[in-house]
Structure formats: structure tokens, C-alpha cells
Design a protein around this ligand. Structure first.
Ligand code: PMP
Length: 994
């Protein structure tokens, strides 16, 4: 058995105070002991005195460390040797090696005021620790887990003296340490809670203690003691350096990662599910045994309790210690999150993360609760894909009862919900937290009130209904090792009156005439199972929560498939990788499975509701009922091709020409933006007979041969600029924020373009087509410089060419003030290409030009597209335009878009990362820069911010060639509340990190 006796001096279990040495004395010591002529700057430390030495010509910076007198020379030597060993075993980890002193030894002794002290000089590990309570990316969490695994692996066979010492951080001694420290915790409630949690954790740990391997451990491998390489502010931090071997010790090997995990818990969003990926990475490097896995969470709890108690002790000894006071806030948060879940549930989450099998409690033998009902049970589908939850009938628990009543009206004898199903009815819009929507029980309703009988013998406790729900009664039946919680609603006066406790036999009537019954079952002796948990935790809760479905009606209703959060998304991604060509990328490192949409919201398979700030294609909102109905009706009537004569195609063509300036009166219907631009270019060529195209850089126009030829965005094709055909001539992207000409100078972009037009004429290859987005969309969402299109288009026309306006992204009302982007520039194009918003996600595109230009296309033969302008496509196009008009979506873009832009500009006051807010209406771009002077693009940050926004419930992606602009293009039905939620989420990310 591990020796847990109190070491000889209990003072060694408490934190000593550091020796008193100033910066000048430190510089003197560096000279005298190490021969270094340097300046010294004091750094913070818990127990030692640390000084950064600088001024060493041509050499990296080093650290002078004067140890606490309670640390022996042998321990210091051991720490130095351990760091050296780790550096050798793991050469890609950055580890502070010790530099010998003038005496040739790793540790140099000196005397101060009669006291012998020890000094060492170590490599300074440059970079930033993951300190503070800011958000840690999944990459950083995994990175620190990998590091813990590498350290544990390196020390597995490292034997050295000087580390076997009574140490307050050795979790093998946690009970003694807590006994010594707890009296320092003045707050009695907190003290009791620490003692209770620690005792419970220890009781789980003690039986495993003998099976846990012991080895040298770093002992404090926390967020504070791992360092990410120096990087520009805001860059995603993945640690690669380990510092501070001051707690080097022998202890349980698994305590290394327990310490690491606990240190992650206090960060923004830290919780059992978010820190466990670190363990998974640790396990991949240094496999965890079964008993280590079972010991892990109790160790996390013990570590947390010791941290809190120790901080109180330090503060009691030195109330002025601000460092300790600040730390206590984090340490309390660690403790609270460590004990948030019952121990059995936390350990189940650990075992599941490590893919270790575990026992699952089942129901004892029972008699059905409602034996009179043998058939006619309807299972309510409350999932994210439930057909009963169309049209935003979500996020309200009352819907469950409405659906149950509807089922009964349709003849069901009873209804029942599914165990552990993530219910869309329990989700929330505009919430940045994962919804606690997975029911750990079931609810049944009965067409005719039913008697409820005891499924087994036991003790019954009856509690009358609460005021908020009169007519209900709560009952708890404890028997057969199960705590059964029942809540019944009584349709008549037959509610049981006898509150209190009594013993019942299997088959006894528990309650009469119940019209609704909620049932939860949990292992007796464990924490009470809550009604709901998050989808991420539903599986872990099955460690103590039992599926009560069978109890109701025997085997009539099968349970919902066992919850396995994330697995669905991962499996799907793997299948996608196997079958879907790779060049078709996907959003997000860990993409949720999207199954539903409504207005400006998207819903994943776990019923989480996201705010969709990205989908400009969905112009009128997801799943618009008018569109659904119009398409359904037309599909059931007729769908064929436009060589037939039917009204819808004519209606749509007329509607489009009505929206455009006079003269643009000939419509071609196609199926996408690429097709529209491709056709527009071919029409233009046919008209001018010329191949030469003038195109604006940083633009995207499509994927076909022709549209790709004129696409110059390196974000879409890194080789774009070097692979353009000879007939494509590009001009500078007219970016007035960060381009060659800024502010008032931006007028010069047009002059430069004119020079290219002129040169082409002079060389005998005059321009045939000028193509440009009418508003600078793909490149970040800004208006073109004033007058730009007017000047360039006039020159192109004078040279005998045409202007093709690519309105695929920016047109159709999104800009608010203008329906078309070209209106903003005061020009009328010769040819307009439109798509995306036109079909609200249905494949639909159009080219509109003058009759004269359209007629020239005859030289190419006749034009036909099988599905372009089909009855269904045309109905889609017509309905989208109807909705944009009837719901005043362009006006909404102007009003709410303007409001949103103003709020985003306000954010820029507090967050220097925001360089600019571009755009109009619902085409906005928030551009992130590392420096407002140099405008260095913050691309990595932008991607990471989008990932974090997704965690907070917002769908957003980067855009522009520099990928440093948030592409804000929501469905045009966006509400003010949604705009506010987006701003709040972005503010939170910029505040707490990404
Ligand atoms: N033009 C522009 C400006 C676009 O943004 C896009 C698509 N991103 C296209 C054309 C091509 O449209 P589609 O994806 O419908 O082919």
C-alpha cells in the first residue's frame, strides 16, 4: 500500500515564502557565480525568485533562479537533470536546460544574511504560457495533452534521487495535505465542500492506489507552465515548451495529466467535455490503463481541492499576496467545474473518451407502471429532424404537450417521448451555450387517465405539486437499487393526498387517474439524475441514469438509440472523405451535422440552433413556407424544360426585366452563378467578336473553364495569378482600405485601368469584355471607389467592348439601399449575371442583356439549358422575388444591416484587431488586422475566431484573398435580436480569446 502517513514535518506540506532578493543583487550574483555581466529583471514566481538576465551580447536570454531555502541542493540537481533528460528524449520540446556556474556545478550555493541559498542559470523559454482564464482552442487543449503524454513517457524510466520528498502537490498525500491546509479556509461552507469532495474522491481512489504506476513527474504541468512559441498577438497558441520543474516529484504517473486537465477547467468554456480531448492526446502518446482512467477524475478533484486550500493558506500567511489572490479566483473555478458532474458521470465521460468499455446499469425486473395500456402508443419525435417541428415550431417545451394532444386527437391511446433524445423543443435560439436538451427521462401522456402501479417494492415518498404546476405530484420510489422519480398530472380530483413516506409492494397503486407521467430512473445512492443534460454529456449520464422506457408499457416502445455525441459527425466526415471528391472543402475543423434550417437559423443533429450569418444564397431565409409550398405544388403539377410554353418562365423573365433599367430586357435562364457568368462572357464575345477580357484582381466568377479564366482570387485558387490565359488582362483590385491607393487616392485605380484599356487598343487587341463585381463582394464586401465603374465602363465601351456586371453575390436587394450593385456606381451594365439569391438555394441563375446583344448570340446556335427556366425553377425564382417584395427584405437589409454595421463599428473602439467594418446592408465585412498602421492581415485569427463563433452558436467564415475578413451575408430576414446576438458573440470571442 502506498505510504500515506504524514511526513515528519507538516510544515513541508505548506507553501514556503520566497527569499528576499532585489534586481541589483541578482545582477551581482549572476556576475559572481556565473561570470555573466548582465542586467536582471524580476519575474513572478510562487516559491522562488526568478530573474530574466539580459544584455548578454549575441546570446539568448537566460533565467537566474534562486531557490526557496526549503528546497535542497539535491532536489535542485534532480530538477536540472530531469529537464536535461526530457530535452534529450524529446528534442522537439523546448525545455530549460541548466547552465553550469563558474564552479562547474549545476547548482551554485551562496550565503545571504547568514542563510545558504542556491542559484541556477537556465535557458529562458521564450513565448507565452497559456495562463489566464481566456479561451483555449481545441488545438491548444490537444497540444497540452500531447505534451503531458510526452513528459510522462520520457520520465517513465527516469530514476533519480532527490525527488522522493514530502510534497504538498504529491496527490498521494492529498488527504494529509488537506487536513493540514483546510483549517486555513475561513469560509466554513467552502471548507466543508472541499472536505466532502476530497473524501469522496479519495474513497474512489484508495482501492485503485496499488495498481497505479509511480514515477518521476513534472508535477505542475499546467497552463502556466507550458509555453507556446512567440507569435503575433492573437495567433492560435499551441504549446511546445515546458518550464518550471520546481514541483518535480515522484507520484502516480497519471497525476501528471490530472494536474494538466484541472488547469484547463477554469478557462472560458472549460468543462469536462471540452478538456477531455487533452486526455485523448495524452493517451495516444502514453497509454492510460483502466485503473488509471478510473483514478483520473478523482485526482482532478483532489488537485482542485488542494489548489483552493493551498491558496487560502498562502493568503492567510500573506494577505498582500495579489498573485495568490488572483490565482484563487481561477482555482475556485477549477474546483467548481471539477465537481460539477457526479464522480461516476465524470469517470464515464473519461472512459468514453478513451473508448474503454464500461458497465451500464439496467432495470431490475419490474411490472409495468401502466399495465392497463397495451397498445396504441405513439412515440413523439422531438428530434432536430422531426417533421412535426416545421416552420420554427421549436425551442418551447409547451410544444411537446401540443404534439401529444395532437397525437391523441388522431387516435393514439398514449404518447411517449424518447429517452436521451436531444429535443429541439428544449433548444434555444440566440444562446451561446450548448443546450441542455437531452432528456434523461421520458414523458407519457394518456388519452384516458390511467392508474400508475409500483413496478417493484420499495419506499415511496410523495410530494405534492408545486405552485407553478398545480395538479401535479412528485413521487420517488426507492427499491431494487433504483431511485425512480415520477411526476404525474391528474386530470381529476383523485390526486393522492397523503404526502409523506410509506412502503409499497410491487403492483400497488401509486396514483390514480394520471393523465401525464414523467419518469426518470437513477441508481440509488448516486446523485439525482437531472431532467435534461447536453447532448455531449447524455452518454456519460447513462452511468447512473437508466432508460425507463420499458417501465411504462413493457416492450411496446423501443428506446432511442444510445446517445453517442460527436460520433455521428465524425462517421459522416469519414464517409464524406471516402466518397466525396476532396477538392470540395468543408467548413470547420469539426463540422456539426446540419439537418434543418428556418429563417436565419440552422440546426444540427443534436438540436443546437445556430445563427446563420453567412448564407447569402438563402436570401429569403431557410425553409421559407411560401417557397416550400410553391415548389411542392409545381412539382406535383409539371416540371419540364423551357422549350415548352408555360406561364412561370415568362412571369419570371418579366419580373427580372422589370427590376432592371430600360433596355435590359432579354433574359436567359440557367442553373448557377458559374453558368450565368460563363454565358454572359460568351454572349459578350459573340457580340464583339473579341476574346480580350479585362478582369479585376481578387475576384471569383465561377469554376467553368471560361469563368475560371477570369477568376483571379488566390483564396479560391492559389495559382490564379500565374495561370491566367493570355487574353485575360487584370487590373488592380480597387481596394480603398488596404490597396495601392487608399482614401481619396482610390480614384487612381480607374486611371490605371484606363491605361490598360488604352494599351490593349494600341497593341491591336482591344478589349471585348470588362467583367467586375459591381460591388467589391468576394474580396471583402466594400463599395468600389466612387465613379470607378463609370470611368472604366465608358472607356471599355469607347474601345468597342461591353461591361458584364457579376451580380451573383451582391445583387438582389442585399445591399439595402440598392437592389443591384451597379446602382451604387450609377452605371447600367450591358450584361448582368445573377444567381445565388435568385433561387434561395435552389439552382437558378440568369443572364439579362439587351435584345440587340442577345440576338448576336444566334451566331453561336440556339441556347438551351435543360433545367434552366424549368417550371419549378421559374416558380422558385418568382416566389423568391414575391417574398423579397412582400416581406420588404431589401428594406430590412437597409435597416437592420445599418444597425448591425453601426454596432460592429462600436466594437472596433474596444477591439484593436478590428481594422475596418466594410459594406452596406447585409453585405458586410469585418476586417481583422494585427496592426492598424501596417494593416497586417490577421488571417489565422480570423479562422480561429470563426471556429470559436461556431462554438458560441454563430455560423461565420473568412473571406478575401487575405482571409482576414468576416463574410457577413445573412439571410435577409435577419432580425434585430439576431444582429444583437451576433455582436454579443463576436464581442465575447474578442474579449475571451479564440
Ligand atoms: N460570381 C461570384 C461573384 C461568386 O461569388 C460566385 C460564387 N461564389 C460565382 C460567380 C459562381 O456561382 P456558383 O457557385 O453559383 O456557380
Amino acid at each position: 500500500m502506498t505510504d500515506l502517513s504524514v511526513p515528519n514535518s507538516s510544515t513541508s506540506l505548506v507553501q514556503p515564502t520566497p527569499p528576499d532578493i532585489g534586481e541589483p543583487e541578482a545582477a551581482d550574483l549572476a556576475r559572481e557565480l556565473f561570470g555573466l555581466e548582465v542586467r536582471a529583471r524580476a519575474l513572478g514566481s510562487h516559491q522562488d525568485r526568478n530573474f530574466l538576465l539580459h544584455g548578454l551580447p549575441g546570446q539568448p536570454r537566460v533565467l537566474l533562479k534562486i531557490a526557496n531555502p526549503s528546497t535542497s541542493e539535491a532536489e535542485l540537481v534532480a530538477q536540472s537533470l530531469a529537464a536535461g533528460h526530457l530535452a534529450e528524449r524529446e528534442p522537439t520540446l523546448r525545455v530549460p536546460r541548466t547552465r553550469p556556474g563558474l564552479n562547474g556545478a549545476l547548482v551554485s550555493a551562496f550565503t545571504l544574511q547568514g542563510q545558504t541559498l542556491h542559484a541556477r542559470v537556465l535557458d529562458f523559454i521564450d513565448g507565452d504560457p497559456l495562463s489566464g482564464s481566456g479561451y483555449l482552442t481545441p488545438a491548444a487543449v490537444r497540444g497540452i495533452g500531447t505534451m503531458a503524454g510526452r513528459v510522462a513517457r520520457a520520465f517513465a524510466d527516469f530514476e533519480i534521487g532527490g525527488v522522493e520528498r514530502p510534497h504538498q502537490w504529491d496527490l498521494r498525500r492529498a488527504p494529509d495535505v488537506l487536513a493540514a491546509l483546510a483549517p486555513e479556509v475561513a469560509d466554513g461552507a467552502l471548507r466543508a465542500e472541499l472536505e466532502r469532495a476530497a473524501a469522496a474522491a479519495w474513497s474512489l481512489l484508495a482501492p485503485l492506489a496499488d495498481t497505479l504506476p509511480v514515477q518521476v513527474v513534472h508535477g505542475d504541468l499546467t497552463d502556466d507552465n507550458v509555453v507556446a512559441p512567440p507569435a503575433p498577438p492573437g495567433t492560435v497558441r499551441v504549446p511546445d515548451g515546458v518550464i518550471d520543474f520546481g514541483d518535480l516529484n515522484r507520484s502516480w504517473a497519471i497525476s501528471e495529466i490530472a494536474v494538466t486537465l484541472s488547469s484547463l477547467l477554469h478557462h472560458a468554456g472549460g468543462s469536462v467535455p471540452t478538456v477531455l480531448p487533452a486526455l485523448v492526446e495524452y493517451h495516444a502518446v502514453r497509454p492510460v490503463s483502466r485503473s488509471e482512467a478510473e483514478a483520473l477524475w478523482p485526482l482532478v478533484v483532489l488537485r482542485a481541492a488542494v489548489l483552493v486550500a493551498s491558496a487560502h493558506q498562502v493568503l492567510a500567511a500573506n494577505p498582500e499576496n495579489d498573485y495568490a489572490a488572483a490565482n484563487l479566483v481561477h482555482e475556485k473555478a477549477i474546483f467548481e467545474r471539477a465537481v460539477e458532474l457526479p464522480a461516476a458521470v465524470a469517470t464515464a465521460a473519461v472512459l468514453d473518451a478513451l473508448e474503454m468499455p464500461r458497465a451500464r446499469p439496467g432495470l431490475p425486473s419490474f411490472r409495468p407502471l401502466v399495465p392497463a395500456l397495451t397498445e396504441g402508443v405513439t412515440v413523439l419525435d422531438l428530434s432536430a429532424t422531426s417533421p412535426a417541428l416545421h416552420e420554427g415550431r421549436w425551442a418551447r417545451p409547451e410544444i411537446e404537450l401540443e404534439l401529444a394532444a395532437e397525437a391523441v386527437r388522431s387516435g393514439a391511446a398514449a404518447t411517449i417521448t424518447r429517452y436521451a433524445e436531444p429535443r429541439l423543443t428544449r433548444s434555444a435560439t440566440h444562446s451561446s451555450a450548448e443546450p441542455a436538451n437531452s432528456a434523461l427521462g421520458v414523458m407519457a401522456t394518456f388519452a384516458v387517465s390511467q392508474d400508475v402501479l409500483a413496478p417493484w417494492s420499495g419506499i415511496l415518498r410523495v410530494e405534492p405539486g408545486t405552485d407553478s404546476e398545480p395538479g401535479t405530484v412528485g413521487m420517488t420510489l426507492i427499491g431494487e437499487g433504483v431511485r425512480l422519480q415520477l411526476r404525474g398530472r391528474f386530470g381529476s380530483a383523485a390526486s393522492p393526498s397523503d404526502a409523506g413516506e410509506r412502503s409499497v409492494q410491487a403492483g400497488d397503486v401509486l396514483a390514480r387517474a394520471v393523465s401525464r407521467l414523467e419518469v426518470r430512473a437513477g441508481r440509488d445512492g448516486e446523485d439525482v439524475v437531472p431532467e435534461f443534460t447536453t447532448a455531449a454529456l447524455a452518454r456519460a449520464w447513462t452511468a447512473i441514469s437508466l432508460d425507463p422506457t420499458a417501465l411504462l408499457f413493457g416492450s411496446q416502445v423501443s428506446a432511442y438509440p444510445e446517445p453517442n455525441p460527436g460520433a455521428g459527425a465524425r462517421d459522416l466526415l469519414e464517409r464524406r472523405h471516402r466518397s466525396f471528391a476532396n477538392a470540395q472543402e468543408y467548413y470547420y475543423a469539426e463540422p456539426p451535422v446540419m439537418v434543418r434550417g428556418w429563417k436565419e437559423h440552422l440546426v444540427d443533429a443534436d438540436g443546437r440552433i445556430y445563427l446563420d450569418m453567412l448564407n447569402n444564397v438563402t436570401s429569403i431565409g431557410h425553409a421559407h413556407p411560401r417557397l416550400v409550398q410553391a415548389v411542392t405544388e409545381q412539382l406535383s403539377l409539371l416540371n419540364t424544360n423551357s422549350r415548352f410554353n408555360y406561364p412561370a418562365v415568362v412571369d419570371l423573365a418579366e419580373r427580372l426585366t422589370d427590376l432592371l433599367p430600360a433596355g435590359l430586357d432579354s433574359v436567359f435562364l440557367v442553373n448557377s452563378g458559374t453558368e450565368a457568368v460563363d454565358l454572359a462572357l460568351r454572349i459578350s464575345r459573340a457580340w464583339s467578336g473579341r476574346r480580350e477580357v479585362l478582369a479585376v484582381r481578387e475576384a471569383y466568377h465561377g469554376w467553368s473553364d471560361l469563368t475560371d479564366s477570369v477568376s483571379t482570387s488566390i483564396a479560391d485558387n492559389p495559382g490564379a495569378l500565374t495561370t491566367r490565359p493570355s487574353w485575360v488582362h487584370t487590373v488592380d483590385a480597387p481596394n480603398s482600405y488596404r490597396g495601392r491607393y487608399r482614401g481619396v487616392e482610390a480614384a487612381r485605380y480607374a486611371e490605371d485601368a484606363l491605361a490598360v484599356v488604352r494599351a490593349l487598343t494600341e497593341t491591336g487587341t482591344p478589349v471585348g469584355t470588362f467583367i467586375a463585381e459591381a460591388y467589391y463582394g468576394n474580396a471583402g464586401g466594400m463599395a468600389l471607389p466612387e465613379g470607378y465603374l463609370g470611368t472604366v465602363v465608358a472607356a471599355v465601351r469607347a474601345a468597342g467592348g461591353l461591361y458584364v456586371a457579376d451580380e451573383v453575390q451582391v445583387g438582389y436587394g442585399r445591399l439595402g439601399e440598392w437592389f443591384w450593385g451597379f446602382e451604387q456606381q450609377g452605371v447600367t451594365p450591358d450584361i448582368v449575371a445573377v444567381a445565388k439569391a435568385m433561387g434561395n438555394g435552389y439552382p437558378l441563375g440568369a443572364v439579362i442583356t439587351t435584345a440587340e446583344i442577345a440576338e448576336q448570340y444566334r451566331s453561336q446556335g440556339y441556347f438551351f439549358s435543360s433545367a434552366g427556366g424549368s417550371p419549378v425553377s421559374s416558380v422558385v425564382g418568382r416566389t423568391v422575388l414575391d417574398v423579397i417584395r412582400d416581406e420588404r427584405l431589401q428594406q430590412n437589409a437597409s435597416l437592420i444591416g445599418g444597425y448591425l454595421k453601426a454596432r460592429l463599428i462600436q466594437l472596433a473602439d474596444r477591439h484593436p484587431l478590428i481594422g475596418a467594418v466594410h459594406g452596406n446592408g447585409f453585405y458586410l465585412g469585418v476586417e481583422f488586422v494585427r496592426d492598424r498602421e501596417t494593416l497586417e492581415p490577421a488571417a489565422e485569427e480570423t479562422l480561429a475566431i470563426c471556429e470559436r463563433l461556431r462554438e458560441l452558436g454563430v455560423i461565420m467564415q473568412p473571406t478575401s484573398d487575405r482571409q482576414c475578413v468576416l463574410k457577413i451575408k445573412p439571410p435577409m430576414c435577419l432580425t434585430r435580436e439576431s444582429a444583437d446576438f451576433f455582436v454579443r458573440a463576436l464581442d465575447e470571442v474578442l474579449d475571451t480569446g479564440w
